[in-house]
Design a protein around this ligand. Structure first.
Ligand SMILES: Cc1ncc(C[n+]2csc(CCOP(=O)(O)OP(=O)(O)O)c2C)c(N)n1
Ligand SMILES: [Mg+2]
Length: 543
C-alpha cells in the first residue's frame, strides 16, 4: 500500500518526468517528501512562474510531460502566468499545488483560493487528488495533458490527503475539457491531394503542432517532392534547416513579416501542425488551406479545403505523390529571390555604419552576428519577449529542429531565462543561449541563482537598452511620446557575479564573441550585458 503522495511521485517518475520544478510551502511538505524518497530530482526555483515555464520548456524539449509544484494560495497565484503560457503555447504539463483541507473550510480563510475557478480558463482540467482513485487520476491527468492539443493539467492535494493510503475507486472531477478525436484521415487525404494537384504554387506553413511527433524527415521529403517553399512560425524554427533552398522564413512576429510575401503568392497552403495562436494578425488568405495536424481545426476553426487529423508522418508521406500543376509554378529562381530578400534585410541592418557605431553602442544585429560566429550550430536557443525577440525570431538561423524556445502564444516576458535553465538541465553540456531584454530579465533575476546551481554552458545575453523598447516603439508609431517605458537598468554583470556567475559588460562585438567562447570552453554559465542602441531593430518606426 502506498500513500497518495507516494503514488504521485511514483506515477510522475514512471511517466518519464525527469525532474520536478517548484517552490514549496507548508501545504506541500508531504508531497515533496515523497518526491525526495522516490528519487525524483527537485529543482528549487526562486519564483513559481519560473517553475512552470521550466516545466513547459522541458516538456517541449524532451517530448514528454513537464511537472511542477507550488503551495496553495500565493504560490498557486504566482504560477498563473506560467500556466497561461503552457495553455496558449500548448505545453503538456502537470502542476501540483497544495490546498487547504476541506474540513477546515469555510471557517478558515487564510491563504485559501478556489484554484479550480482561478485556473478554469487556462487548464485542460483541475482536479482534487484524493485517496479515492489517486493512481487513475494521475494517469488520466498525464494522458490528458498530452492528448489532442497539449496543455496544462492541475492537481491539488492537501497535506492530510498526501499521507493517507491511496484507494482505487472513483474520480472526483473538478472540471475537464475533452478534445475530440477528429476525422477519419482517408477522406481528408483524398481532398488534400486533389487540392494540391489543382495548385501551381503550394506552400507549407509549419507550426508548433509538429511537436511532439517531430516528423522532420517526412516534412523535408514532402517539401522537396512538391518543390514547395516552407514557412515556419517562431516555435517551429528549424523544422526545415534555415540553409535549405526551400526555407523562406518565419511568420508570427509582426503584421508584415517578410515571409508574408511568399504566402501572398501561394495558391494552396499546407498548414502542418500550424496553430494561429502564434500570429499577431488574423489569418485571412484566400488560397485553399489544408489542415494537417495532430488535433482538430477548432478554437478558432480556420476555413479549410481539407482536414487531416492524426499522426503527421504517414499523412505527409501520402501527400508526396500529389504533384502540383507544373506550369506557372514557383520555379527555383522565384524561391531563391524570396530567400535573397530575407537575407538582404538581414545584411543591410547589420552593416548600417551609422547605426552600428551610434553612441558607442552596438546594434542588436551586431550582437547576434558575433554570437553566431562564436557558437556551434547545435546551440539551444531561448528568447524572451520584446524587440529583441522579434529580431531573433526573424534573423537567427536554426539548422536543427526543436531547439528554439520562445513564448509565442502568450508571449510572456520572463520566460527566456527559466527556459534556458530547463534546457541546460534537459541536455547537460549542450551549449545554450538565452537572449533576453533588460526589462524581461529584471522580472526573473532570481533565476540566475537557479542557473548558478544548475551549471552548464548556458550563456545569457541581455540586450541592455534601458527601455521596454517594443512598447516605446508602439508609442512612437502612434505619435505618442515615450512615457512609462524607460528605466534605469541595473548593472546586470555585477548581479550575475553576486549569484556566483561570471558577468561581462560588452560594448563591442569582439567582446561579445570572446565572452561567448570563454563560456563554451569553461562549460559554465556566463552573462553578457550587451550595451545596444535599439534604433536598428526592425520594429523601430522609420524617421
Ligand atoms: C509579462 C508581460 N508583461 C508585459 C508584456 C508587454 N510587453 C511586451 S514586450 C515588452 C517590453 C520588453 O522590454 P525588454 O524586456 O527590455 O525587451 P526590449 O523590447 O527592450 O527588447 C512589454 C512590456 C508582456 N509581453 N509580458
Ligand atoms: Mg529593453
Amino acid at each position: 500500500m502506498a500513500t497518495v503522495a507516494e503514488v504521485l511521485a511514483r506515477e510522475l517518475k514512471e511517466a518519464g518526468v525527469s525532474r520536478l520544478f517548484g517552490l514549496p510551502g507548508g501545504e506541500t511538505s508531504q508531497a515533496l517528501e515523497a518526491v525526495r524518497r522516490e528519487g525524483l530530482p527537485f529543482v528549487l526555483t526562486r519564483h513559481e512562474a519560473a517553475a512552470v515555464f521550466m516545466a513547459a520548456a522541458t516538456a517541449r524539449l524532451t517530448r514528454s510531460v513537464g511537472a511542477c509544484l507550488t503551495t496553495l494560495g500565493p504560490g498557486a497565484a504566482n504560477a498563473v502566468v506560467g500556466l497561461a503560457h503552457a495553455h496558449l503555447d500548448r505545453s503538456p504539463i502537470i502542476l501540483v499545488t497544495g490546498q487547504m483541507a476541506e474540513r477546515l473550510r469555510p471557517g478558515h480563510t487564510h491563504q485559501y483560493l478556489d484554484l479550480h475557478a482561478l485556473y478554469a480558463p487556462i487548464t485542460k482540467a483541475s482536479w482534487d487528488l484524493t485517496p479515492a482513485g489517486a493512481q487513475d487520476m494521475l494517469r488520466r491527468g498525464l494522458q490528458l495533458a498530452q492528448q489532442g492539443r497539449p496543455g496544462p493539467v492541475h492537481l491539488q492535494l492537501t497535506n492530510e490527503d498526501a499521507t493517507r493510503q491511496a484507494e482505487p475507486p472513483t474520480i472526483r472531477v473538478g472540471r475537464q475539457i475533452e478534445l475530440g478525436m477528429g476525422h477519419g484521415p482517408e477522406q481528408g487525404l483524398d481532398m488534400a491531394r486533389a487540392a494540391i494537384r489543382r495548385a501551381h504554387r503550394p506552400v507549407l506553413v509549419c507550426g508548433l503542432g509538429l511537436e511532439p511527433e517531430g516528423p522532420y524527415p517526412e516534412l523535408l521529403a514532402l517539401a522537396e517532392a512538391l518543390q514547395a517553399p516552407v514557412i515556419t512560425t517562431p516555435k517551429a524554427k528549424g523544422a526545415l534547416p534555415a540553409a535549405h533552398p526551400l526555407s523562406v522564413g518565419v511568420i508570427g512576429l509582426t503584421q508584415t513579416d517578410p515571409a508574408y510575401a511568399v504566402l501572398q503568392e501561394a495558391d494552396c497552403v499546407l498548414a502542418v501542425g500550424f496553430d494561429p495562436v502564434e500570429l499577431v494578425r488574423p489569418w485571412e488568405h484566400p488560397a485553399p488551406l489544408l489542415w494537417i495536424a495532430p488535433w482538430e481545426n477548432v478554437d478558432p476553426a480556420l476555413p479549410a479545403a481539407a482536414e487531416i487529423v492524426g499522426e503527421l508522418a504517414p499523412a505527409l508521406i501520402r501527400l508526396m505523390d500529389a504533384r502540383p500543376a507544373a506550369e506557372a509554378g514557383w520555379g527555383e529562381a522565384r524561391v531563391a529571390r524570396h530567400r535573397a530578400d530575407l537575407s538582404s534585410h538581414r545584411i543591410q541592418s547589420v552593416s548600417e555604419p551609422a547605426i552600428a557605431s551610434h553612441r558607442g553602442r552596438m546594434s542588436p544585429q551586431q550582437v547576434l552576428a558575433a554570437l553566431r560566429e562564436a557558437l556551434p550550430e547545435e546551440t539551444l536557443v531561448s528568447v524572451d519577449v520584446g524587440s529583441h525577440k522579434i529580431l531573433a525570431c526573424l534573423d537567427w538561423p536554426m539548422s536543427l529542429p526543436n531547439r528554439f524556445l520562445v513564448s509565442n502564444g502568450l508571449s510572456s516576458m520572463g520566460y527566456g531565462l527559466p527556459a534556458a535553465v530547463a534546457a541546460g538541465l534537459a541536455f547537460p553540456g549542450m551549449p545554450t543561449l538565452c537572449l533576453t531584454g533588460d526589462a524581461g530579465l529584471a522580472m526573473t533575476l532570481g533565476e540566475l541563482g537557479t542557473l548558478a546551481e544548475a551549471g552548464g554552458p548556458v550563456l545569457v545575453v541581455v540586450f541592455k537598452d534601458d527601455a521596454l523598447d517594443l512598447i516605446r516603439s508602439h508609442q512612437r508609431r502612434a505619435g505618442l511620446p515615450p512615457f512609462g517605458t524607460e528605466f534605469r537598468g541595473p548593472d546586470f554583470a555585477r548581479i550575475a557575479e553576486a549569484h556566483g556567475l561570471e558577468g561581462v559588460r560588452a560594448a563591442d562585438p569582439s567582446a561579445v564573441a570572446e565572452a561567448a567562447e570563454r563560456a563554451l570552453r569553461a562549460k559554465a554559465p556566463l552573462l553578457i550585458e550587451a550595451v545596444i542602441d535599439p534604433a536598428a531593430y526592425p520594429t523601430t518606426p522609420a524617421g
